[in-house]
Design a protein around this ligand. Structure first.
Ligand code: MN
Length: 231
């Protein structure tokens, strides 16, 4: 007897692919912490001494650019973190740094939205970060742009975020402590990377609180522009 679902399965999480009618099916979302020295310092850490660390967001927390970001419950301190998003079209384990870029499908611009107050409590108590990082709509992201259209901009390029037209975060991809191929290689030592995985590659300095009514505009030069309104 053929098996059937007990109830309708949720729709597969996807991102649009710029300039095509195709969709990118999303498998997992990995996020690196404190990958820009100035941001590590503003969060009270020494960027020189710490190995990379990662957390995950849920693929169904993606929010397409242009849609409103609903202010989440249980918090009074929601922060924006503008980030370059790396999308993989293949994966593996123990990937060498030298071949890591072969896995990259393309890039997008994302926001690692964070309930900073809840994350702070979790940090203090030595608890996981899910409650601060993995809530609904916590991962706004643009359509992806293929590497054959934009190349590999991961080495340099301005990354910034405006709130209501004023620049709040401002940095350059060149400031990333762990570069894109290093992140892919490192992750693949601990996880089996797969086609459809996204990596949020960390945020420059200037993170801060948003309130309802804020218009957010995030840009990674050469990649794209993310727009959302906090509602
Ligand atoms: Mn982040």
């Amino acid at each position: 007897m053929p098996m059937k679902f007990a109830f309708a399965p949720p729709p597969a999480p996807v991102l649009a692919i710029d300039g095509t009618g195709e969709l990118f099916p999303v498998h997992r979302i990995y996020c690196i912490g404190r990958n820009y020295a100035a941001h590590a310092i503003e969060m009270g850490h020494d960027p020189e001494r710490e190995p990379p660390f990662f957390f995950q967001k849920n693929p169904d927390s993606l929010l397409p650019s242009g849609q409103a970001f609903p202010y989440p419950p249980g918090t009074v301190d929601v922060h924006h973190e503008i980030e370059l998003v790396v999308a993989l079209h293949s994966g593996g384990t123990n990937i060498a740094i030298e071949s890591a870029m072969d896995r990259v499908f393309g890039y997008g611009v994302g926001l690692d939205m964070t309930r900073r107050d809840l994350q702070g409590e979790a940090k203090k108590m030595g608890r996981p970060w899910e409650i601060g990082k993995a809530f609904e709509h916590a991962a706004p992201c643009t359509a992806l742009r293929r590497t054959d259209a934009v190349g590999h901009p991961g080495k340099e390029g301005r990354i910034y975020l405006e709130v209501n037209g004023a620049v709040r975060q401002d940095g350059d991809l060149a400031q990333m402590i762990w570069k894109v191929p290093e992140m892919i290689s490192y992750l693949s030592e601990y996880f089996t990377l797969q086609a459809g995985d996204l990596i949020f590659s960390g945020t420059p300095a200037g993170v801060g609180a948003t309130v309802k009514g804020d218009q957010l505009r995030g840009v990674v030069e050469g990649i794209g522009e993310l727009l959302t309104e906090v509602v």
